[in-house]
Design a protein around this ligand. Sequence first.
Ligand code: NAG
Ligand code: NAG
Ligand code: NAG
Ligand code: NAG
Ligand code: NAG
Ligand code: NAG
Length: 420
Amino acid sequence: MTSQQSPNRAKYHSILPIALACVLVLGTARLVFDNLKSNRESIFGQWQLWLRGGGFHRYIINAFDDDDNSYEDIEDCNVFDGKWVWDNVSRPLYSEESCPFLVKQVTCQRNGRPDKSYQNWRWQPNECNLPRFNAVKLLRILKNKRLMFVGDSIQRGQFDSMVCMLQSAIPDGKKSLHKVPSKKIFYAQEYNATVEFYWAPFIIESNSDHSTNHSVLKRLVKLDRIADHSKNWEGVDILVFESYVWWMYKPIINATYGNLNDIQEYNVTTAYKMALQTWANWLDSSINPQTQKVFFMSLSPTHLWSSEWNPGSDGNCFNEKEPIHGPYWGMGTNREIMKVVQETIQGLKTEVTFLNITQLSDFRKDAHTTIYTERKGKLLTKEQKADPKNFADCIHWCLPGVPDTWNEILYAHLLQEFYN
Ligand SMILES: *[C@@H]1O[C@H](CO)[C@@H](O)[C@H](O)[C@H]1NC(C)=O
Ligand SMILES: *[C@@H]1O[C@H](CO)[C@@H](O)[C@H](O)[C@H]1NC(C)=O
Ligand SMILES: *[C@@H]1O[C@H](CO)[C@@H](O)[C@H](O)[C@H]1NC(C)=O
Ligand SMILES: *[C@@H]1O[C@H](CO)[C@@H](O)[C@H](O)[C@H]1NC(C)=O
Ligand SMILES: *[C@@H]1O[C@H](CO)[C@@H](O)[C@H](O)[C@H]1NC(C)=O
Ligand SMILES: *[C@@H]1O[C@H](CO)[C@@H](O)[C@H](O)[C@H]1NC(C)=O
């Protein structure tokens, strides 16, 4: 249960199809089905008035006057080494009700989840404190900039979290969220700051790239192709990448390298490595280290088998109400893939910051959306809810929740950059 050993290979085969089953259904077509309120507000008129009335100035001055000058130095601290502590005073950082941009997939309370304590845990590093999240400070850092999250539906959850963390500091009418194919774009007018999500579940090109029709049953990745995606990343100031669970369907995956007619089965670890190398080559030829900053999110763990933390049980993450305290490394958390990421990043010319959130998230068996979520754009039916064994989603996370912590860590790094 509390083993730190590498995943048991026998189970590798059985875990992945289930993981996929969830992703297939839950991760599909989300871009289109997100129950996004169309928040494209018509604000330009107001904006002009606001500017002329000196509102902009006042706002900025207030922002700089902000008395929270506390600044934690995380330079020499491993913020990923720590524990979850109960904190119902400062957590959650926002509520479902306070964030109009949240999508149905993640609003577990609204979807009927009876317990709420998953919102009240704060990540406490052992050797230092994370800086207190300050939306205005982050907006100032993002002024005239673009921050883009690239990846799959897990990464979209982190984007949604970031939008919620920022939006409360922006008055109504000065913020907007809209979608274009493959993208969600949040805009903070007064700061000319853009936070974006870009759908690329494998990072490189694949037949799952369509924003709505991912044709997932016969997956095909193009290991040496990235340009269709990367042209959308050119010049973005802060890029945050992630890709994991879509690779984990089977231990082998169909792929091309070079000739698009030459489809072959590749070992997933090998294919992942080749794909990341393609990404790495793009970074080294396109990123300007003076003006751009790149992050890579370590894999987001799944909690599909309760027997891993509760031997003898036969469930999944459903009905889990407490984090795991103490050493734990789940079998859905592939160390080989993590090693590939680490090695690829180390071989780069470009500096990429690896946000190693896997372990801290692996403790949070209590924080997934389970049955309090949707499939194909619809909340689960009563019958589906009564069958958590088949219908609980143990891949995605409720918001507010664990992705907020990932963003607090991202924030800590950006703050560090900004002050240096
Ligand atoms: C916060 O947690 C403490 C300790 O569990 C509990 O006694 C208290 O009632 C909680 N407060 C709120 C507002 O939930
Ligand atoms: C607004 O931000 C974009 C980057 O997102 C930048 O290209 C543009 O120059 C900025 N506009 C102004 C007026 O600074
Ligand atoms: C989805 O894509 C598949 C294969 O690319 C195609 O056959 C199918 O017609 C598409 N479905 C829709 C609804 O566009
Ligand atoms: C894939 O390749 C890796 C690294 O070479 C190896 O450790 C692993 O056992 C292989 N997996 C399969 C399913 O063959
Ligand atoms: C690869 O594609 C072939 C032909 O479509 C198919 O028979 C095979 O099952 C696929 N392999 C995987 C791992 O999906
Ligand atoms: C990431 O964290 C895991 C577990 O905490 C650790 O084993 C691994 O070495 C870390 N990777 C890097 C690159 O720091």
